[in-house]
Design a protein around this ligand. Sequence first.
Ligand code: IPD
Ligand code: CA
Length: 273
Amino acid sequence: MTSARDQGPSPAELLGLAVSAAREAADLVARGREGAGEHVGTKSSPVDVVTAVDAASEELLVGRLLAARPDDGVLGEEGAAREGSSGVRWIVDPIDGTVNFLYDVPAYGVSVAAEVHGTVRAGVVLNVATGELFTATDGGGARLAAPGRPERRLRAGRPPSLEQTLVATGFGYRAEQRRAQGRVVAELLPRVRDIRRFGSAALDLCAVAAGRVDAYYELGLNPWDHAAGALVAAEAGAVVTGLRGTPVGQPMVIAAAPSVAGPFADLVAELHP
Ligand code: IPD
Ligand code: CA
């Protein structure tokens, strides 16, 4: 007989821990906004920035998660990488939308996902600037808790056609990749309602979940960019896929309202060589 303990933590337990760690990290990020420009480094290219606050937020997240669950693994954007022994791995983005954070554009968030034996079971994306908290558990639906408003269940939109589909996307940091991504957007734009570029992949996926855009695609994301947001989108009824049958994020993340998911994925595949 298998006991509840053998089955490991429930998605709801993992979500509770993810939310409390994300809230603390978001407070730290909010306090760091004023001096954000003071300690800025670069990573993969001169436009791929990292601030001291990114590093501090990741340290806090990893510290809180492992203090509560010392046998878990961790993967983080700013270098956290630890094999665990429990079957649970936390995938964290300490600030998704670092360029927005730097410029005070109110779309940057803390993203925390809990993967159990390789499958994401719980995820939270907290927009630091607005306080909007997007959460999901595998099979338990997606929710938005916004300051001063009752928590609500999220449902992806229902655009009637591809021509009326509002699409979010993003671009990588390397010049060559951007050139290629720009060519794809130029072809896509006349075939959909319009394009949005918010600057945070995690929040883009939550925007699909909330029906604020109808679809999103991006090439070349890392797991921390999409792990939590993809679960939020999927649990809100969006169809989340990779490119031409490849796994999500390898190398593409596509999330779309079910009414246009097939034609949208076909269009992205047609335009991406
Ligand atoms: C970036 C953002 C951006 C996306 C990039 C990501 P970062 O993450 O999610 O929207 O277009 O591909 O790298 O660098 O702000 O954590
Ligand atoms: Ca990111």
